[in-house]
Design a protein around this ligand. Structure first.
Ligand SMILES: Nc1ncnc2c1ncn2[C@@H]1O[C@H](COP(=O)(O)OP(=O)(O)O)[C@@H](O)[C@H]1O
Ligand SMILES: [Mg+2]
Length: 264
């Protein structure tokens, strides 16, 4: 990749919803790039549009306006067959409530995306054979610290262990980007801190790209870059810092305090 924008970018992305005869503008002119290998947090208060944006980015929804580009192609309005194949192979998800299959053990849950990729006819980097699938799933479960829990079903795992399993599952097909929606929102602070460390470690050791939407400042602190959503508009941390420095030197009150509050 010569430039960040070649990997993944949003350009002028908007999303409106029609509700009760009114048009609600939830995202407005969202523009930013994601570089390969980033651990990026998108911060914002509840209701600021984080999940809406993540769903657009991960192709679970379509923007009303603007472009979403991945590896040089516009994918926001691509045919559904293209988007389904991307979701099955190049992108993966981690959600707040894990969504593990209760009848399957940890190993089977982690192997599952390889089956989906094969049935979508798009194995790409997904392991084709059963033995290779199993070896990769075992390796991933060891990496997330669950080498001793391969045969546990979700109800036999703690919340943190379930989320570790979901993270291992997300990595199964070696996706280019893992999109995470409040991945530590359901965990106690200590377990959450361990999961933040795990994202950091997987980012550093595997070069895995993560885009994490969160209102948790500790997740943001564990990330390498932060951007903020406030009422559907995007603010880069560097721009916020520059504006704050300018305001301080001018002796004015912080001009961005209303525009981009610190989430807590
Ligand atoms: N399908 C929908 N129809 C109407 N409004 C929606 C829909 N989805 C989300 N919204 C509204 O968009 C706003 C942002 O929601 P969301 O993206 O879930 O925020 P966050 O994840 O930051 O808490 C909220 O006010 C929510 O009510
Ligand atoms: Mg949300």
């Amino acid at each position: 990749m010569s430039e960040a924008g070649d990997f993944y970018s949003c350009r002028g992305v908007a999303r409106t919803f029609e509700n009760g005869g009114k048009t609600l503008e939830i995202l407005t002119d969202v523009t930013f790039d994601v570089a390969a290998g980033e651990l990026l947090s998108i911060l914002g208060l509840s209701g600021s549009g984080k999940s809406t944006l993540l769903h657009l980015m991960g192709l679970l929804d379509r923007p009303t306006k603007g472009e979403i580009r991945f590896l040089g192609e516009e994918i926001g309005q691509a045919p559904e067959s293209v988007r389904t194949a991307l979701r099955a192979t190049e992108f993966a998800f981690v959600f707040q409530f894990y969504y593990l299959l209760p009848e399957f053990d940890a190993l089977e849950n982690v192997m599952f995306p390889a089956r989906i990729a094969a049935s979508a006819g798009k194995p790409h980097r997904a392991p084709v054979g059963g033995r290779e699938r199993r070896e990769r799933a075992e390796d991933l479960l060891r990496r997330v610290g669950l080498g001793e829990r391969l045969r546990h079903r979700p109800h036999q795992l703690s919340g943190g262990e379930r989320q570790r399993t979901a993270i291992a599952r997300a990595l199964m097909n070696r996706p280019r980007i893992v999109f995470c929606d409040e991945p530590t929102g359901n965990l106690d602070p200590r377990t959450a801190a361990e999961v933040h460390g795990l994202f950091r470690e997987l980012n550093e050791t595997l070069g895995q790209t993560f885009v994490v939407v969160t209102h948790d400042p500790r997740m943001a602190a564990a990330s390498k870059r932060r951007i903020r959503l406030d009422e559907g508009r995007m603010y880069d941390d560097a721009a916020i810092a520059a504006a704050a420095a300018l305001a301080t030197s001018a002796g004015a009150a912080n001009p961005v305090s209303g525009a981009a509050p610190n989430p807590d």
